[in-house]
Design a protein around this ligand. Structure first.
Ligand code: MN
Length: 245
């Protein structure tokens, strides 16, 4: 039983990687993790590899400080601190995505806020903060490469679900991997719709009540599974799916 829970988590990380690549959310860069299902002080994340190519054997257990468990010496992602710092700050968070999706980038450098405008994106939250690494760390290469920077980013995220990273990308925090993937796929879609709508003129965003109406969806809701299964099969890894929880 214990083994099968862990086995499912490893497989789900592979599925999540393949989906994000197949849906164009990540390219050679970007990553996705899940909190260890049996030990909340650890998370599962691939070694440094493009998400489309990630296989079961690439997934490594890390402690929240970003150290590999068991002395794995394969190169890890430089920005793994994003994951540990968010898990540390937010005990309820079970999955984290970091990506550079192009449609989102204009909102990381503009004073125009990214807001949910389409219902599929309502669960990205009413407020999407923008974190600027320069505020605390001055001129850097913009990468989050240590825990101090990760914790600063987690503070920028606060209690929200998505934080934009100035000139860089975004980090999304969710209650499950299917939810994290759903947010990460619809976040760029919402950004594209908003950008197009602003070209046309005035924009009507979702109201707070409309956003909250969706917030009640549980992370294991059948509607969440529906998208996870569909995207997994589309990404060619339907064979890795486990039965619906
Ligand atoms: Mn990055």
């Amino acid at each position: 039983m214990t083994q099968s829970v862990l086995d499912k988590a490893f497989r789900d990380v592979v599925i999540a990687n393949r989906i994000l690549a197949n849906e164009g959310v990540v390219d050679a860069y970007g990553h996705v993790s899940v909190r260890h299902p049996l030990d909340p002080t650890r998370y599962l994340l691939s070694r440094s590899r493009a998400p489309e190519l990630v296989e079961r054997g690439d997934v490594i257990e890390f402690d929240l400080e970003g150290k590999p468990i068991g002395g794995d010496t394969r190169p890890p992602y430089l920005e793994r601190f994003i994951h540990g710092a968010i898990y540390e700050a937010r005990p309820e968070v079970q999955a984290v995505v970091h990506a550079h999706a192009e449609a989102v980038l204009p909102f990381t450098v503009s004073t125009t806020p990214l807001r949910p405008v389409v219902h599929m994106a309502s669960f990205i939250g009413a407020r999407i903060p923008v974190w600027d690494i320069r505020d605390s760390f001055g001129d850097t290469n913009l990468l989050v490469v240590n825990m101090a920077q990760g914790r600063d980013l987690a503070r920028g995220l606060g209690a929200e679900r998505v934080v934009l990273m100035r000139g860089h990308g975004f980090a999304a925090a969710a209650r499950s991997l299917p939810e994290a993937i759903r947010m990460s796929v619809y976040l760029p879609l919402n950004a594209r719709v908003l950008t197009e709508a602003m070209r046309l003129g005035e924009v009507k965003a979702l109201s707070r009540g409309e956003i909250e109406a969706h917030a009640s969806m549980k992370p294991d809701d059948p509607a969440m599974w529906r998208a996870w299964e569909y995207w997994a099969v589309r990404a060619g890894c339907g064979d890795l799916l486990t039965a619906r929880p």
